[in-house]
Design a protein. Structure first.
Length: 330
């Protein structure tokens, strides 16, 4: 009941959403990291023909009725912290296959590096180099209809994936885009400042979970990734610099409108916090009033705004799961 009340303070989630996430949270609080990690499949490095290798965590229940691809935030591989986030999403959606896609990370994570040619394309806003390998994995698994989900840069990737899906004979019935970054034009310096400011409230969101196993996972991730210094080193990889340049373009709206145009039955849910530095509230609301291609498809787009929410709210893993479950409902 306490967890239901806590999550309700963020947003009036539906009762079944609150109950499902609360049950997962209460169960996880009784476990340690090894108990959770021991039941997960090992991440794999998928190396497509004519593509960049990607790290993937594919959680497939014995009987599942649909599948989601979850794109991680920028600079994040599948360390213990991100794996805990994905494991929570999977536990809250036991009938879904959850396929988590990592990004180029810090020291020791060589996978995900992009070629010089791909970096050049990506830096100009063409995100095919980062979504192409995802579709090649889906095709290798004979999956052709997948919901695209992402947070922060992951939301930008998810929107780009929905846009490029027809090129890979894929159908996207729904996109769940939380806190996308490429929503306004920015310089690389402005983007860096916005991401730096996005750490505001981070500790509060983490502590609010009251989850010892999540705190344990975060400590393990910090150790394996060499802490903040390792994260910064990861962001300085040439591939991540190219990603940052791509996020300086407001290409989220192009990808969203294009994906709705090409996927005639697709529906989209857009989530942001009203105090976010990455997805500015006024800028996003402006797009819903401005006549453009995106405006033509508004009847298929729902919004979920977390009042007073900051970009770091994604680090409350139970709030994140509640947002995904709420958006997954028809």
């Amino acid at each position: 009941m306490l967890e239901i009340e806590r999550l309700s303070a963020y947003y009036p989630f539906d009762e079944d959403v609150l109950q499902a996430v609360s049950d997962v949270a209460e169960h996880q609080r009784k476990l340690d990291w090894q108990s959770i990690a021991g039941k997960l499949p090992e991440p794999i490095i998928f190396s497509p023909e004519n593509g960049n290798p990607v790290e993937i965590l594919d959680i497939a229940p014995k009987d599942y009725d649909s599948q989601q691809v979850y794109h991680l935030p920028m600079g994040c591989g599948l360390d213990a912290s991100m794996t805990m986030r994905v494991a929570t999403l999977a536990s809250a959606q036991p009938s879904k296959r959850i396929i988590a896609i990592a990004n180029p990370g810090g020291p020791g994570a060589a996978f995900g590096s992009l070629s010089k040619e791909d970096r050049r394309s990506l830096s100009k806003g063409d995100m095919r180099p980062v979504v192409g390998p995802v579709f090649k994995y889906l095709n290798s698994q004979k999956l052709s209809e997948v919901v695209q989900v992402g947070y922060s840069y992951g939301a930008d990737k998810a929107a780009a994936a929905a846009f490029y899906a027809p090129d890979y004979n894929q159908v996207v019935p729904k996109g769940i885009f939380m806190e996308p970054a490429s929503v306004i034009p920015r310089s690389i310096i402005d983007l860096a400042l916005a991401f730096n400011a996005s750490a505001d409230g981070l500790d509060d969101y983490i502590e609010a979970t009251a989850s010892p196993v999540y705190l344990e996972a975060r400590k393990l991730a910090e150790k394996s990734g060499h802490g903040f210094a390792g994260y910064v080193m990861g962001l300085m990889r040439l591939s991540n610099i190219a990603i940052a340049k791509a996020l300086c373009y407001p290409c989220f709206w192009t990808h969203l409108s294009g994906s709705l145009e090409q996927n005639k039955d697709m529906k989209a849910d857009l989530v942001w916090g009203s105090d976010s530095t990455i997805s500015p509230d006024k800028s996003i609301r402006y797009q819903f009033k401005k006549p453009n291609k995106f405006y033509d498809h508004l009847e298929r787009v729902r919004t979920l705004v977390i009042e007073d929410g900051k970009h770091a709210m994604g680090d409350d893993i139970y709030l994140l799961s509640a947002m995904v479950l709420q958006c997954s409902k028809d």
